[in-house]
Design a protein around this ligand. Sequence first.
Ligand code: SAH
Length: 225
Amino acid sequence: MFPGPLGLSLAGRALERGLWSLAAVDIRRFARDRHGTVDDTPFGGGAGMVMRPDILSDAIAAVQAPGRPTIYFSPRGRPFDQARARALAAGPGVTLVCGRFEGIDERVIEAHGLEEVSVGDVVLSGGEIAALVALDACVRLLPGVVGAAASLTEESFEEGLLEYPLYTRPATWTGPDGVERAVPEILQTGHHAKIAAWRRAKAEEITRQRRPDLWARHVAARRGD
Ligand code: SAH
C-alpha cells in the first residue's frame, strides 16, 4: 500500500529527492502469536472484528514521537481539509494509524490521545487509502515539490473558495453534442485585472451554489468574525 501511488509522479520524484519520507509499519509484526493475529471479536456482540488494543498500542508506541501529532483515520473523525494539510506540511511530521476490520478498540484512542480524522462521509475498507489522501495533500505543499508556488495559492480552498473554471486551447471546440463552445472572451484579452476580477466572481458564484457551508465561512471570514 505504501508508498503506492505516492511513489510515482510528483510525490514520487519528491520522495526520491528526499523532500519527504515515509516508514510503513506492519502492525502484525507486534502480534503475540505465530499467526500474526491483531484482531478479535467485539465485546457486546455484532458483526466483524476489532483490532486489539495491546497489539496496536505496541505498534503505535514504536513509532510515536514527541511533538508529532498522531492521527487515526476514522469516519467519525473531524473532516480533513486544506487548512489541516497546510498545518501538517509545516510541522515536524505525523504518525498515521490505519484501521482495518470494524475499527480499533476505543481504549487505544484514549490512551494514545489519537486524533480522529475523516476523509469524507463514506466508509472505506481500511485507513490506508485515507492516509494516501492526506499524505498526497501534504506532500504537494512541501517546498520544492510543486514547480510554481503560485499554482498552489490560487487553488480551491486556499482562500476558502472553490476554483474558477479553467480553459486551454483550442479557443473554440465542438463537443459530442454538436455545440460549438468558445472560451470566455475576457480570458483572451490579456487584461490581467479584469481576468482576476472575472475569476474571482466565478469562484464566488460556484462556491455559493455548490457549497453553502464553505460560502458561509468565507463570508464570515471576510467580515472578520
Ligand atoms: N465500523 C466503522 C468503519 C470501519 S472501516 C464505522 O462504522 O465507522 C475500517 C477502517 O477504515 C477504519 O478503522 C478507518 O481506519 C478506515 N476508514 C474507513 N472510512 C474512513 C473515512 N471516511 N475516513 C478515514 N478513515 C476511514
